[in-house]
Design a protein around this ligand. Structure first.
Ligand code: B1M
Length: 224
């Protein structure tokens, strides 16, 4: 894919508006710019990566520096989704898929309904190019194991926010071993009570302290 500077000028203008819409968490503007991108035949792959996703990364960056609130990251994710709804069908029509770094199955473990952190991690992974299958919250170990069989991901990500639910991360690792799948997938864990020591104790491959760390760890895991 060529660098941004060599796109024709009208395309640059639309890409800039896609980025700004997500950065300003403006769902209507994201939809409008996405529709215009379709009408002007901007490559949907480019519109997603060099338009929408750049906006989310900018907000994520501000949040990491303490310059934005977490709600702003969530709202910006909603604007990204609004644009994606218009651009993804165009990708399918052209027989294209977004080039992915790999597949990540992610969810919040059984007994735990906290989904804000998990959703931010999922959105950031999507933004950098992973295909993310989000199983939602309160996910029992069997469902994680089943999803590994179905989606054949490179990474299985688990979030836990309760000291009472984090044990489920270990149960999932054991479930993968029992199903003979442990060697086929890397396990990434995170959530407020989770630590590197806990990740080591349950035999996970990596611990993500926050969404940025999770993205870095995911990239490192697929490079191994
Ligand atoms: Co709950 N809650 N909550 N809660 N809640 C906590 C977690 C708690 C610390 C509050 C407290 O007592 N101070 C406490 C847990 C105590 C403990 O076990 N140590 C608690 C409790 C007790 C409960 C209930 C049991 C309360 C009750 O009903 N008596 C109940 C549990 C329900 C259940 O799950 N079965 C409950 C319910 C709720 C709400 C529904 C009201 C709501 C959740 C809404 C939702 O998610 N849709 C809620 C909330 C909002 C919180 C707090 C206030 C905020 C959590 C949050 O979203 N943080 C929280 C207190 C706190 O953390 N200060 C609390 C923002 C989010 C961006 O951060 O999720 O940590 P976080 O995610 C970070 C990192 O951890 C990391 O990256 C994210 C982004 O940086 N990360 C990963 C997360 N997942 C990752 C996965 C990775 C890698 C990194 O790899 C896969």
């Amino acid at each position: 894919m060529p660098p941004l500077e060599v796109y024709p000028l009208p395309n640059q203008e639309i890409l800039g508006r896609l980025t700004a819409a997500v950065e300003n968490y403006d769902e209507d503007a994201a939809k409008k710019a996405a529709e215009e991108a379709v009408n002007k035949n901007v490559d949907p792959d480019v519109a997603i990566k060099d338009g929408l996703m750049k906006g989310l990364l900018k907000v994520g960056d501000k949040w990491a520096k303490g310059e934005a609130f977490i709600t702003e990251v969530m709202l910006s994710g909603n604007a990204l989704k609004a644009g994606l709804e218009i651009l993804e069908p165009e990708l399918k029509k052209k027989g294209k898929r977004i080039e992915t770094l790999g597949t990540v199955v992610i969810g919040t473990v059984r007994g735990d309904i906290h989904d804000i952190g998990k959703s931010i991690v999922a959105a950031m992974l999507k933004a950098v190019g992973f295909d993310v299958q989000d199983l939602g919250v309160d996910v029992p170990p069997e469902k994680f194991v089943e999803a590994v069989k179905t989606h054949n991901p490179q990474i299985l990500g688990m979030s836990a926010l309760l000291t009472t639910s984090m044990v489920e991360q270990g149960n999932v690792v054991n479930g993968l071993k029992e199903a003979g799948l442990r060697e086929k997938v890397k396990v990434l864990v995170g959530g407020a009570p989770v630590t590197k020591a806990w990740a080591d104790e349950i035999g996970a491959d990596a611990y993500g302290e926050d969404a940025f760390d999770a993205v870095n760890k995911a990239k490192q895991l697929i490079a191994k």
